[in-house]
Design a protein around this ligand. Structure first.
Ligand SMILES: *Cc1c(COP(=O)(O)O)cnc(C)c1O
Length: 477
């Protein structure tokens, strides 16, 4: 099976070919030429599989140019109880993504028991192993350059640490991350991990990454790569836990399930959409926005109007403070029935800083056919939901998960199980939990003294040339 660009002006490619890249050369995102489908008979067999077997079954269809034996080795090495059980090999986390029952018909899907306590570990750990495998086969190396406001950077660093032929240069802002998030990244001592702290804000970091990537000579010479959320392998790997959760909360494949997903770049909920396109009986995919409600506005009105960085609010669910949902183009591509000329037309306006209105294109009615609905949660809602979950379900949830639960409950249907995705553990966002509950959240064992570990980072001015010089100096380490 091949992958094509949403913009239709790039050659079709295999999974291995698009693995190490980001955008397609025409500026679009890669999508499967046709979705592999799981029939009711397939689903019946998959119902009894554990996480690794499910991962292999799904990925074998999506990464069909990697040999099954190699894929199995990679999957078995990635999805272990030690990695997804707060480091404890003997843990009760053998299910990898356990489902916690909150009340009848309402569940929390635990996705945050990996090394950095956020769901991004689910795909990123696999990506680390896939990168190492592919680079080794090709005899190449890569310098991964990224910018982070918290969760992505740490997930990438923990996935790539110690990997052969991979170096990571991660830009983070001097202020803006929680102390816990800073300590997670800066305490890594691996020689191939470079924390570059910019005297600026997250957008400054992102601008530097863009400037470096736009220097094609430098990019080619130093083999600059990315692990951002538009990477197809990340989205593909995230679809696995929708299958796992579906089987965990149903008894038969005649049942349907709804999922509530705290959303920013639309990667996580896009993975649910992909699972649905592959045949998983999903009722609703509930997109939860925070105060930065670009996505909620779209699902209510049909208007997609990305905001500028200056218009982006800094909220207490910071990993959703995103004003341009980079994976959204994938969903619109499917909504148009794979009409890349239409996608080009729509994104022509977006790429110029504008907007589009799907109603004017006669396409908005189709959104309902894909089961997508949305809602919005603000600081007050978030605090109230964290308190409600603690009192009613004896469960402390993080601020992002609270946004998902709040919006999920608004779209709950009688008789249909609702699964809320836990995108981070509360320990990562201590201040918000203290504000809501008046006490600190629990920390997984072993992380009690994280902030007092020695830290390793380099503080730099916001300057593209300085960052290039750091990369050049380490490119042959
Ligand atoms: C990244 C992140 C999100 C948003 O996920 P998207 O895939 O960008 O929609 C939500 N919550 C947390 C905790 C995150 O780290």
């Amino acid at each position: 099976m091949n992958y094509v660009s949403t913009r239709g002006n790039a050659p079709a490619q295999t999974f291995s070919h698009i693995l190490l890249g980001g955008l397609a050369p025409d500026g679009g995102l890669y999508m499967p030429e046709v979705y592999p489908g799981f029939s009711p008979d397939d689903l019946a067999v998959m119902r009894d599989m554990d996480y690794r077997e499910l991962a292999l079954t799904v990925l074998a269809r999506l990464a069909d140019d990697v040999s099954i034996a190699d894929l199995k080795e990679l999957v078995d090495r990635t999805y272990t109880a030690a990695t997804y059980g707060h480091g404890r090999a003997d843990s009760a986390f053998g299910e990898i993504t356990p489902v916690r029952r909150l009340e009848d018909g309402l569940y929390l899907l635990e996705l945050s028991n990996g090394p950095t306590l956020a769901f991004k570990d689910m795909a990123m750990q696999l990506l680390g192993n896939l990168f190492e495998y592919a680079l080794d086969k090709a005899g190449q190396d890569i310098n991964i350059l990224g910018a982070t406001s918290g969760d992505t950077g740490s997930a990438a660093e923990y996935a790539m640490r110690g990997k052969k032929n991979v170096r990571v240069f991660m830009l983070s802002p001097l202020e803006g991350m929680t102390r816990f998030q800073q300590a997670q990244m800066y305490s890594l001592q691996d020689a191939n991990i470079h924390n570059l702290v910019a005297r600026g804000v997250f957008d400054d970091c992102q601008d530097i990454v863009k400037a470096v990537s736009n220097d094609l000579e430098f990019k080619t010479r130093y083999r600059i790569g990315a692990v951002n959320s538009i990477n197809w392998a990340r989205v593909a790997a995230q679809s696995i836990y929708y299958f796992k959760a579906y089987f965990a909360v149903t008894e038969s494949n005649d049942q349907k399930v709804s999922f509530a997903v705290p959303s920013g770049n639309f990667g996580n909920v896009c993975a649910g959409h992909i699972a649905r396109m592959m045949g998983l009986p999903i009722h609703k995919l509930i997109v939860a926005s925070n105060e930065n409600d670009v996505l909620d506005e779209f699902f209510r009105t049909g208007v997609y109007r990305p905001r500028s960085a200056a218009e982006t609010a800094h909220t207490s669910s910071p990993s959703m403070d995103i004003s341009k949902a980079s994976n959204f183009e994938r969903f619109v591509f499917d909504l148009t029935g794979g009409d890349s000329a239409k996608v080009r037309e729509l994104w022509h306006a977006v790429d110029q800083g504008g907007a589009f209105d799907l109603k004017q294109h006669g396409l908005f009615d189709r959104v309902a056919d894909f089961g997508m609905v949305s809602g919005k949660s603000c600081h007050k809602d978030r605090m109230a939901t964290i308190r409600m979950a603690a009192e009613k379900f004896a469960t402390v949830i993080d601020p992002h998960t609270a946004d998902g639960l709040k919006v999920g409950l608004e779209h709950r249907d009688a008789g249909i199980p609702l699964v809320c995705l836990e995108t981070a553990l509360p320990a990562k966002f201590e201040d918000a939990i203290v504000e809501a509950l008046g006490r600190k959240p629990e920390r997984p064992a072993g992380l009690e003294d994280l902030e007092s570990l020695p830290q390793r980072y380099e503080v730099l001015d916001v300057n593209t040339e300085t960052v290039k010089a750091v990369i050049a100096a380490h490119a042959n380490d």
